[in-house]
Design a protein. Structure first.
Length: 304
């Protein structure tokens, strides 16, 4: 009985130490989540302003596209940027955003499973798509299954800067311009709140979601130096890169929230285990005391 009590005591002690670790990790993730939410919210303001400027600069091209005056396979003497127009889809690029580490609940499995399901549904051959991975989990998963991973970016910080992710964003836009793929999607978990995220697969290239009607009531104009066309050639790739960066910020917030929730669940489970073990210990201790009392009484009775 003593051996059993000692074993339960050791289990209670080790479980308490585990709960202290998971509780600390929960608090750290909570602090990271708060910063990530602030960063993502601040970037959203910037993104909306850049979109406004890009749409205004691209107004003529967008109007021509909308009115079907330009075809991708027809010659034109109008300065026209290929990042604005859809072209025949021969291959699709996917940037899949995961984490580098685990202990984040279903965060990684969700984005990988949803992406694989989408790929399986939309493509009949591996030659029709190529992956770019942010985070070691997604990269390792795809490479282990022989899938084409053209580029991977690992070990980004918990609060990534644009310079950190610029390499994959710039590479993606260059690959699109060089027709390595003809459209680009970013697949990630969108942060909803501290206990929820949803899977998103957003089309980043071509920039076909710019709405020409957004500029109809826009009265401001700019003085261009150099020309509007030259500025557009510079700002469109930068805008596409910023969209990718925004998705990574959003995914990071979802990652921190998922890890915080997972660690809270682990801490709560540890407390439940400790409570159960404490009840077992008390029962075992009570049984041992009862047994000792019985033996004393029996011994006293036998001595009479």
């Amino acid at each position: 009985m003593t051996a059993s009590l000692n074993e339960i005591t050791k289990k209670i002690s080790s479980t308490k130490k585990t709960s202290q670790i998971t509780n600390a990790m929960q608090m750290v993730s909570g602090a990271k989540l708060s910063k990530a939410e602030d960063t993502a919210a601040g970037f959203q303001v910037y993104s909306e302003k850049v979109r406004e400027i890009v749409t205004h600069l691209a107004h003529n091209q967008l109007a021509l596209i909308e009115n079907e005056m330009i075809r991708t396979n027809s010659p034109s003497n109008i300065d026209f940027h290929d990042m604005l127009v859809e072209r025949p889809i021969k291959k699709t690029g996917y940037i899949v955003i995961s984490s580098d580490k685990g202990l984040a609940g279903g965060y990684n499995s969700s984005v990988i499973k949803s992406t694989v399901d989408m790929i399986t549904k939309d493509h009949s051959s591996p030659d029709e798509y190529v992956f770019m991975a942010v985070g070691a989990t997604a990269a390792d998963f795809f490479k282990a299954r022989g899938m084409n991973v053209a580029y991977e970016l690992n070990d980004i910080s918990d609060q990534p800067t644009f310079e950190e992710v610029r390499s994959i964003a710039r590479t993606a836009t260059e690959m699109y311009k060089n027709e390595v793929f003809d459209e680009l999607y970013v697949c990630y978990n969108h942060h909803v709140n501290t206990i929820m995220f949803t899977y998103r697969a957003e089309k980043m290239l071509p920039l076909s979601d710019l709405d020409v009607t957004e500029t109809k009531d826009y009265e401001k104009d700019y003085i261009y130096e150099p020309s509007k066309e030259e500025i557009l050639d510079i700002i469109l790739p930068q805008y596409a890169e910023s969209l990718i960066y925004g998705a990574i910020l959003d995914a990071k917030a979802a990652e921190h929230a998922a890890r915080m929730t997972a660690m809270k669940g682990a801490t709560d489970n540890a407390k439940n285990i400790i409570d159960d073990l404490t009840i077992r210990y008390n029962r075992a201790r009570q049984a041992a005391i009862t047994e000792e009392i019985t033996e004393i009484i029996s011994g006293a009775s036998a001595s009479k």
